[in-house]
Ligand binder design. Structure first.
Ligand SMILES: NC(=O)c1ccc[n+]([C@@H]2O[C@H](COP(=O)([O-])OP(=O)(O)OC[C@H]3O[C@@H](n4cnc5c(N)ncnc54)[C@H](OP(=O)(O)O)[C@@H]3O)[C@@H](O)[C@H]2O)c1
Length: 393
C-alpha cells in the first residue's frame, strides 16, 4: 500500500520548529511505520532569508533526517517571509505552529480561518478563553486542531497507561510529577523567551504541560475516574525578581473520588533523574525517569510491605497477586528525537478525515489549560494579568 503523504507548513524557524521538522524527515520505517509519510511543503518565517536558511540547513543536515532530504521530503519546499503565505498555500495540508506561546492564538486562528488543519505547540494558548475561540473556529471551518503534546504519542506513554489500566498495580492513589531543569536564568538575555514576560516566560507555561501528561494518562483517563473537571486544590509560585515571571510553580489537582496529582516545575533545580513521576497505586508504584517530556524508562516498584526482609513487612501477609519484585521497562527512540510519533498520529487523523484526536482530545487540552489559568491568575507573577498587561509592553 502506498503511504499516505501529509504536506506540512512550518510556522517559525526557532528551536522546536527545527527539531520537529527534522523528525518529519526521519525514515518512518525506522519506527516501523509504513502507512504515512511526511513532506515539508512550506516554511514561514518573519523574513524570507530566515525561511530559506532553515530549509537549507535541513537539506544539509546529517543524521537520521538526511533520509527525508534525499527522499522527497524537502522537494520544492517554499520559503515564505510571512506566516500568512503558508496559511494561503494550497499545497499545505496542515500547519505546525512553533512560535512563542503568546503568539499561538493569533497564529492558529489565522491558519484555521484560512481553512488549514493545525498542530500547535504547548502550552496551547495563554488562557481558556483563547482556546475556546480556536475550538469554535475549528469546528465551524471543519478543520483539525490539536495541541502538540508529543509525549502522549511516544511508545512509553502507551505502555505506562497499559500498565496502569491493566489493574495489576491496583487503583491509583496519587501522582507526583516534576519537570525541572536548571535553566541558567541569570545568564539569559532579557528577551529570552524562557524569562521574557512578553514571550510568555516562566516555568509554569513552559514546563507544566509535561508533568500534566502523566497525571492525565494515569488519572484522568483511568477507567474508574468520573471527574472530568479536576480542579487545582492549592498552588505556590516563586517569582524571579529580575523580571517578575515564575521561576518555580507547584500545584495539586484533585480528581474527585479517585486521586490527587502534585505537579512541580522549577528553573533553578533539577528533577531527580530516576524519580520524575511516581504513580502510587494500591499494589505498587510506577516510577518514570526524567525527563518527563521524553523519558526512556519506567519501573514498577513493590511497596515496602511486600518486599521480603523489609522493616515494614510485618504488615499484612503477601497475597498471590501482590507485586513483590521490581521490574524495569526501557524504551529508546530508534531514530530522531521522537516528535515523529505525534506527526504520524496527525497524518492518520487527517487521512481518516478526523477533526480531533482521540489521543489528545481538545477537552483534555482545555482541562490542563484551565490549571495553568488558575495558577497563573492566582499567583504573583507579572503574567497574572495577561492579556491586560500585554498592552503595556
Ligand atoms: N514540544 C516541545 O518539546 C517543546 C520544546 C521547546 C519549545 N516548545 C514550545 O514551542 C514554542 C517555541 O519555543 P522555541 O524554544 O522553539 O522558541 P524559539 O527558539 O525562540 O523560536 C521561536 C520562533 O518564533 C518566531 N517568532 C515570531 N515572533 C517572535 C517574537 N516576537 N519573538 C521571538 N520569536 C518570534 C521566530 O521565528 P521566525 O523568526 O522564523 O518567525 C522564532 O525563531 C513555545 O511555545 C514552547 O513552549 C515545545
Amino acid at each position: 500500500m502506498t503511504p499516505h503523504t501529509i504536506r506540512w507548513g512550518i510556522i517559525s524557524t526557532g528551536g522546536i520548529a527545527t527539531t520537529f521538522s527534522k523528525d518529519l524527515l526521519v525514515d518512518p520505517a525506522t519506527r516501523g511505520v509504513t502507512d504515512v509519510r511526511h513532506k515539508i511543503a512550506a516554511v514561514g518565517s518573519r523574513s524570507v532569508p530566515s525561511a530559506q536558511a532553515f530549509i537549507d540547513k535541513l537539506k544539509a543536515a546529517s543524521g537520521p533526517s538526511s533520509w527525508g532530504a534525499q527522499n522527497g521530503g524537502l522537494e520544492g519546499t517554499k520559503a515564505y517571509g510571512t506566516y500568512d503565505e503558508v496559511y494561503a498555500d494550497p499545497d499545505v495540508d496542515v500547519v505546525y505552529i512553533g512560535t512563542p506561546h503568546p503568539f499561538h492564538h493569533q497564529n492558529a486562528k489565522a491558519a484555521l480561518l484560512a481553512g488549514k488543519n493545525v498542530l500547535c505547540e504547548k502550552p496551547f494558548v495563554m488562557d481558556v478563553a483563547e482556546l475556546d475561540e480556536l475550538i469554535a473556529i475549528a469546528k465551524e471551518n471543519k478543520v483539525f486542531l490539536m495541541e502538540a503534546v508529543w509525549t502522549r504519542f511516544q511508545p512509553i506513554a502507551y505502555a505506562v497507561q497499559e500498565a496502569i489500566q491493566s489493574g495489576k498495580l491496583g487503583r491509583p492513589r496519587r501522582v507526583t510529577a516534576e519537570l525541572s531543569s536548571f535553566a541558567h536564568i541569570d545568564d539569559r538575555a532579557d528577551d529570552d523567551r524562557m524569562i521574557d514576560p512578553k514571550l510568555g516566560g516562566g516555568a509554569l507555561l513552559d514546563l507544566a504541560p509535561y508533568p500534566a501528561v502523566w497525571s492525565m494518562l494515569a488519572l484522568h483517563q483511568h477507567p474508574q475516574n468520573t471527574d472530568m473537571e479536576p480542579q487545582v486544590l492549592d498552588f505556590s509560585q516563586r517569582i524571579y525578581k529580575r523580571n517578575g515571571v515564575d521561576e518555580m510553580s507547584a500545584f495539586t489537582v484533585k480528581w474527585e473520588g479517585l486521586a490527587e496529582a502534585r505537579l512541580l516545575n522549577d528553573f533553578t533545580a533539577w528533577t531527580p533523574r530516576d524519580n520524575a513521576c511516581v504513580i502510587d497505586c494500591d499494589k505498587a508504584q510506577l516510577i518514570i525517569d526524567h525527563p518527563l517530556y521524553r523519558p526512556e524508562r519506567f519501573r514498577i516498584v513493590p511497596h515496602p510491605q511486600t518486599v521480603a526482609g523489609s522493616s515494614e513487612s510485618e504488615a499484612p501477609a503477601v497475597k498471590p497477586d501482590d507485586i513483590t519484585e521490581e521490574t524495569e521497562h526501557r524504551f529508546s527512540i530508534p531514530a530522531g528525537n521522537g516528535m515523529h510519533y505525534e506527526a504520524d498520529h496527525v497524518a492518520r487523523c487527517l487521512r481518516d478525515g478526523k477533526l480531533e484526536s482521540d489521543r489528545m482530545p481538545l477537552a483534555e487540552s482545555r482541562v490542563v489549560q484551565g490549571w495553568l489559568d488558575t495558577v497563573r491568575k492566582g499567583g504573583n507573577s507579572v503574567l497574572k494579568d495577561w492579556p491586560h498587561i500585554a498592552g503595556n509592553w
